[in-house]
Design a protein around this ligand. Sequence first.
Ligand code: 5AD
Ligand code: SF4
Length: 457
Amino acid sequence: MTANTKRLHMITWGCQMNVYDSGRMADVLAPLGYAPTEAPEGADMIILNTCHIRDRAAEKVFSELGRLRLLKQARVAAGGKMVLAVAGCVAQAEGAEILARAPYVDIVLGPQTYHRLPEMVARASRAAGAVIETDFPAEDKFDFLPDATAASGPTAFLTIQEGCDKFCSFCVVPYTRGAEQSRPQAAVLAEARRLVDQGAREITLLGQNVNGWHGAGADGAPSTLGRLIAALAANPNLLRIRYTTSHPRDMDDSLIAAHRDIPQLMPFLHLPVQSGSDRILAAMNRKHTADDYLRIIGNLRAARPDIALSSDFIVGHPGETEADFQATMRLIEAVGFAQAYSFKYSPRPGTPAAGAGQQVDEAAKDRRLQELQALLRSQQAAFNAACAGQTVPVLFTGPGRHPGQLSGRSPWLQPVHAAGSESLIGTVAPVQIVSGNPNSLTATLIPHPMEQERTQA
Ligand code: 5AD
Ligand code: SF4
C-alpha cells in the first residue's frame, strides 16, 4: 500500500445487484486512490450499500451507523478524517431521514447516482454539510461507470437491466430503482468479453426484471433476452450462462427457445410466482394467473426437460385467506421446486399493499410460512437426493472448506463438494454424485476426462 493510498471499507446487504454495485463503486473510487480494506477500523471511507426489500432494513442500517459513528469520532479525535456514505435502496427511500437521524453521515446516494461518487466525495471532503444524491438522473449511469475491473474468478455477475415497471402491490423496487432501463447488447457483450478474458467461465446476467431486457440489439432496434443470450453464447470460453430475476409475463418465446437451443444456458430458472391464488395474484397486481404460470413451466419443460425451478413466495399478503394459502400449496405441489425463497408479507411504506385493509395477523403468517417452508424443504431434499448416482458436469469455483476439497456448482445451481486438485478451479469437470444432502451435493471426480459440457470448440 503506497503512502497516499486511502482505505475503503464497504458493507453490502441484499441482492446480487447490490454486490455488483459495490464492485462498481470500488471501481469508480480506485482512480481517487481508494483501495478496499477488510476492516472498518482505520478506513478513510466507509460505504454501507443497503437493501430495502424486506422488513427492518432501515433499522439495521441505523444500528450499523451508530457503531460506525464511534469509529468516526475516534478517528477525528486523532486528527484524521472518515467519509461515511450510505448507498443503495434504503438511501433512495429514506435519504432525508438518514440525514436527520444520523447527521454524521457525509453522503447519501441512490442506486442511479454511483457514477457521481467521485464528485460527491470531493464535495463531502470540502463541504461542512452532507451531500445527498438520490434523483434519477437523465443520463444513464452505465455510460459513466468505468469498465468493471475487479478480477472475477470463475463466476461473475453482469448487470444488464435495472429498475422495474411492474409495480407489484407489495414491492418498493419500482420506487427505489426507478423505471426499467436496459443496456445495449454491444455494451453487454464487451463487458462479458472482459470478464471471460479475466477468467470468468460462468456469467449470471442480473436485473430486477432481467427478462424484461429490451436493450438495443446488433441492428440498434430493441432486442430480447433470448437473442442477447444467443449472442453471448458465441464466446467459446463462456461455458455457462444464467439470468436472474425474472417475471412470468416476460418469459417470451425467444427466451423459452433459448433454453431449448443454447446448451450454455443452464437448466435452472428462478421465476418468482409469489402466490398460487388468482385472487391474491390480482391483488398483488402480478397480471398473471396461477394457470399462466403453470403453462409457462410446461413450455419450459417441453423446451428443456431437465430444467429445475426456483421461486419466491410471499405468505400473508393483505386479503390472503386460508383457501388462498392452500392454492399456493397446491401450486408448489404441481410444479415441484428445486429450491425457493419464501417470506412473510411485510408492509413497505409507500406501496399500495401497505395501506390496504385486511392485513393478515402475525400468527397466521407464521403458521403459513412454516407449512410452506416445510413443503419447499422436502421438495429441495427430494430433488437433491434424486441426483445421487448421476454423472453431472460441475464448474469448480474454489477450494472447499476442508484441505484437498473443491467446491463448485451443478448445472442446477446446487453447491457441490468433491476432493480434487486446485488446478480444476475454473474448469467444468464431470463428477459422480455420491449423496444429495438437504443443501448440497457430495461427489467424486470421474477419473477419465469426459467431454466438457461446452459444445462449441
Ligand atoms: N414483503 C415480503 N416479501 C417481499 N418481497 C418483496 N417485497 C416484499 C414485501 N413487502 C419478496 C418477493 C420478491 C423478493 C425479492 O422479496 O417475494 O420476489
Ligand atoms: Fe418488485 Fe419484482 Fe414486482 Fe418488479 S416484478 S415490482 S421488482 S416484485
